[in-house]
Design a binder for this molecule. Structure first.
Ligand code: PGA
Length: 261
């Protein structure tokens, strides 16, 4: 965490009905309504976005989706466009999550098209990258993540990059309870930033790079003290409003301390 805005994003994945989402929003907002030292994002399933738009209006919590199409509109059964997300007040969209890559076969090429579309529409992409256990054990984690980043950014300008968030999520740490050590998280976030610098120059210093994978209220503070870890993408620990709020307050304390306030 350096001179960059800290971002804590919750990824609900395929959890929560409309009623559950509304109930969550009320309880969560009560806890975090005064948090201004970092950016809070809730990435909800498509069906919960519209009700959340109403609940979160004019609050400190930003709304995000978990995927979107690279197409504008048309005969794409089952897809959701950037315009539809804007329509329900989304400002962020997760793209290239490892579950999309591994379970639904999303390729680097498709992810690049989605990133371009999101930026053109004025949405902030949260681009996810990360290696699986085999790749890590073969010592090829940095190489894999660099390839994912390089593909995803193909054709983008430095101005585009300045409007993105990147999340490093090692697949072996997602939903497993096995967090990467804060040193592992730092090493890869620094490697990503070095890659961004090679590709785009000093704009790399402005990009918030998050860590994701079994982040909890108990380990967020240690992760955030690393210089290149600018926040977290949180799955399981974002599902309960009170414990996610606790995680956010723990993160906020680190931000306040490091800013010397
Ligand atoms: P987790 O998920 O926090 O449950 O490990 C993170 C993610 O997949 O974004």
């Amino acid at each position: 965490m350096a001179n960059r805005r800290t971002v804590i994003a919750g990824n609900w994945k395929m959890f929560k009905t409309v009623n559950e989402a509304e109930d969550y929003a009320v309880r969560f907002l009560e806890e975090v309504k005064d948090v201004t030292e970092l950016d809070i994002i809730l990435c909800a399933p498509f069906t919960a976005l519209y009700p959340l738009k109403n609940e979160l209006e004019e609050s400190v919590v930003h709304l995000g989706a978990q995927n979107m199409s690279w197409a504008d509109q048309g005969a794409y059964t089952g897809e959701i466009s950037a315009q539809m997300l804007l329509d329900v007040a989304c400002t962020y969209v997760i793209l290239g999550h490892s579950e999309r890559r591994e379970l639904f076969g999303e390729t680097d090429e498709e992810i690049n098209k989605k990133v371009q579309k999101a930026l053109a529409a004025g949405l902030t992409p949260i681009l996810c990258v990360g290696e699986n256990l085999n790749v890590r054990e073969e010592g090829k984690a940095v190489e894999r993540v660099r390839a994912q980043v390089t593909h995803a950014l193909s054709g983008l300008s430095t101005e585009d990059l300045s409007r993105m968030v990147i999340a490093y999520e090692p697949i072996w740490a997602i939903g497993t309870g096995k967090t990467a050590s804060s040193q592992d998280a730092q090493d890869m976030c620094a490697a990503i930033r070095a890659n961004l610098t090679e590709l785009m120059g000093p704009t790399a210093e402005k990009v918030s790079i998050l860590y994701g994978g079994s982040v909890k209220a108990e380990n967020i503070a240690e992760l955030l003290t690393e210089p290149d870890v600018d926040g977290a993408l949180v799955g399981g620990a974002s599902l309960d409003p009170l414990s996610f709020a606790k995680l956010i307050h723990n993160a906020g304390s680190v931000v306040t301390r490091m800013e010397g306030r």
